[in-house]
Design a protein around this ligand. Sequence first.
Ligand code: PEP
Ligand code: MN
Length: 361
Amino acid sequence: MSQTDLEQLREKVDAVNLQILSLINDRASVIQEIGKIKEKQGMNRYDPLRERHMLNLLKDNNNGPLDQKTVDHIFKEIFKSALDMQEEDTRKTLLVSRKKKAEDTIININGEMVGQGEPSFIFGPCAVESQEQVTTVAEAIGGKGLKMIRGGAYKPRTSPYDFQGLGLEGLKMLKKAADQYNLAVVSEIVTPHHLEEALDYVDVVQVGARNMQNFELLKAVGSINKPVLLKRGMSATIEEFINAAEYIIASGNSQIILCERGIRTYEKATRNTLDISAVPILKQETHLPVFVDVTHSTGRRDLLLPAAKAAIAIGADGVMAEVHPDPAVALSDAQQQMNLPQFDEYYDSLMKFMKQYEMKI
Ligand code: PEP
Ligand code: MN
């Protein structure tokens, strides 16, 4: 075979490649049309009987030289790419998606514009334990000119024998302390049954990591007119996290703050692994404000400051951390809450850090 023969054959291959390319793109356009019809009719995108029919048709008409196994393999890839493309299309249309709404969602909490560019802070004890405890912490938070206090009244504890929280009484204590220092109350609700009575005392409803996929709870908080702080499930992918937020917005509530709080990995040096890259990914993929909970992600007091710096530097809209007047005797998370002098130092260092790098405060 001469060099010119080889070149001619290669040109032919190039031409066939272009034909295949054009044909598979034509096919993709037709599949998109089918996808729209299926969506309207609420039909499943993947139809195994239809796929079997297409493969049989190809088998009946395959005159070689490719063997049937190879033909099946190639076409299955083509079928799969069309399905992937349709999934990509649905993702684009999520209500929480940046593609749906390009501007940042800004949430007014007690006059603080969360998500507007300056980091916000949520501090407070892991759990509400007494009136005195929350009032002491509220005073420290209010003294810094901050606007929010957290505290769990319904505690989702690993062991049923551990302190379960003070329930509604706890919320009343937190609200009383918050009112005294003009703070908004952030507190976790674990079941739709508690929601209505809790709303008199809670300004921001927290959905905890363990409940990120409690779909009935997500729908319930989606129907209220108060901001929701949605924490990432400890084994949830970013996609699952985004879909959990979609449940809330699809039920009518777009005041959602996403909170990265660490995920379970094999690493034992920290309580969870802070997935810091989730912050810019969530900011890119959604229009919602993103917080980082440095307490539950690290589980280590010595890491609260560096983790908060990292969160702010990477673009988080806020930081959550736990503060207790006497962590050593705290009824939950005694290991990682800051006491009041530590809280002062922590907050000062964070402010210095932000000024040093000319970040907005
Ligand atoms: C909390 O913030 O009180 C809490 C229990 O955190 P998480 O749901 O992230 O574990
Ligand atoms: Mn805690």
